[in-house]
Design a binder for this molecule. Structure first.
Ligand SMILES: Nc1ncnc2c1ncn2[C@@H]1O[C@H](COP(=O)(O)OP(=O)(O)OP(=O)(O)O)[C@@H](O)[C@H]1O
Ligand SMILES: [Mg+2]
Length: 317
């Protein structure tokens, strides 16, 4: 199926001095999808998004937002975009209510309509009671909500959220995830930068794994998990030490595609886990390994991350 392309990046690159932060990214983001940018601290997510929004100038390459290129037509590009920044800068003496009314007016709402839309979004984000506090009196999570509220008022064609739920409590996260999905359903294209596996997994229609400025993998969460050879993961915790022949023994089993060893845990990527499990357990017992627990699970996006980058996202940063 051919899909309408909302954003196209072509060799998009950013150097800070001699440091290559974003390394020739080629990527298409489809209209009306939630596109997750998943990567650890320093991967290049914010830098990429700031180039898209024309805040930063690319060192090389270009990007097109609904057909307009960010170098040639930055003013046109900006009209499509609303971005909730990772570290919102609010004027400290202003209140959420003032900030958002001002924003609603910039977005074209007049008088009573502006008040209405702002009140609705504040209530939806559980911020209504805090609407008249001054920004310096707000908690970090509340400041973040004010930043996010702007996007739900604006309903831009391309909505960019840079780590929208860091600092936000669990019920707030769920609320915001629902609101992001609703925004997509109403017709916006969403780009979501995150380093949270769960957030990327449940929210994204497609995910790009970004690592050290490059796209390491791209697909729907399901597709990405399915690309891992050995669709099953077997986790065995043991009492160290582990005789070193054990890893080789396990690797020689035909259905096993990869073995990862840490201090007291071995992770085995394999097929037909139900059939192979007894053989692996027997093998460990014969080698005198004390097994503490055995766990079977589906691959997660962390396994995908591991497969493509050789690092664990859950242990990065
Ligand atoms: N203004 C800057 N000057 C120099 N280096 C920078 C600048 N901004 C970012 N970097 C570096 O570029 C790399 C990418 O940073 P970026 O902020 O894009 O990462 P990120 O994926 O958004 O990370 P995080 O999850 O921590 O927000 C990092 O190594 C960072 O230190
Ligand atoms: Mg960032």
């Amino acid at each position: 199926m051919d899909r309408y392309v909302a954003v196209k990046m072509v060799g998009l690159t950013k150097y800070y001095g001699s440091f290559l932060a974003v390394d020739h990214i080629d990527l298409e983001i489809f209209d009306r999808e939630i596109f997750g940018f998943l990567g650890p601290n320093g991967a290049g997510k914010t830098t990429t998004l700031l180039m898209l929004t024309t805040v930063l100038r690319p060192s090389e390459g270009n990007a097109y937002v609904y057909g307009y290129d960010i170098r040639g037509h930055p003013d046109k590009v900006r009209r499509f975009i609303g971005m909730a920044f990772q570290d919102p800068k609010l004027y400290w003496i202003h209140t959420p209510y003032e900030i958002l009314i001002w924003h609603a007016k910039v977005c074209g709402y007049r008088g009573g309509k502006a008040k209405e839309v702002v009140a609705d979004v504040l209530k939806e984000l559980d911020m209504y009671d805090a609407r008249n506090k001054r920004a310096f009196e707000l908690s970090g999570g509340m400041r973040k909500r004010v930043e996010i509220a702007k996007i739900f008022i604006q309903k831009p064609r391309l909505a960019i959220f840079d780590e929208p739920t860091t600092q936000i409590d669990v019920s707030g996260k769920h609320k915001i995830w629902d609101m992001i999905k609703a925004l997509r359903d109403e017709g916006s294209t969403i780009i979501l930068a995150t380093n949270e596996l769960y957030e990327a997994d449940i929210l994204s229609d497609r995910v790009a794994i970004i690592y050290r400025g490059r796209i390491a993998a791209l697909g729907t969460p399901r597709e990405l998990k399915d690309t891992i050879p050995g669709g099953d993961v077997l986790e065995i915790e043991f009492n160290p030490p582990l005789p070193h022949e054990v890893v080789g023994d396990i690797e020689s089993i035909r259905q096993v595609s990869k073995v990862m060893l840490s201090d007291s845990r071995i992770e085995i990527y394999l097929n037909e886990v139900e059939r192979i499990l007894p053989r692996i357990v027997t093998l460990l017992l014969e080698r005198g390994v004390g097994i503490r627990s055995v766990h079977m699970r589906e691959p997660s996006l962390d396994d995908v991350f591991m497969h493509y980058t050789g690092a664990r996202l859950s242990e990065e940063g």
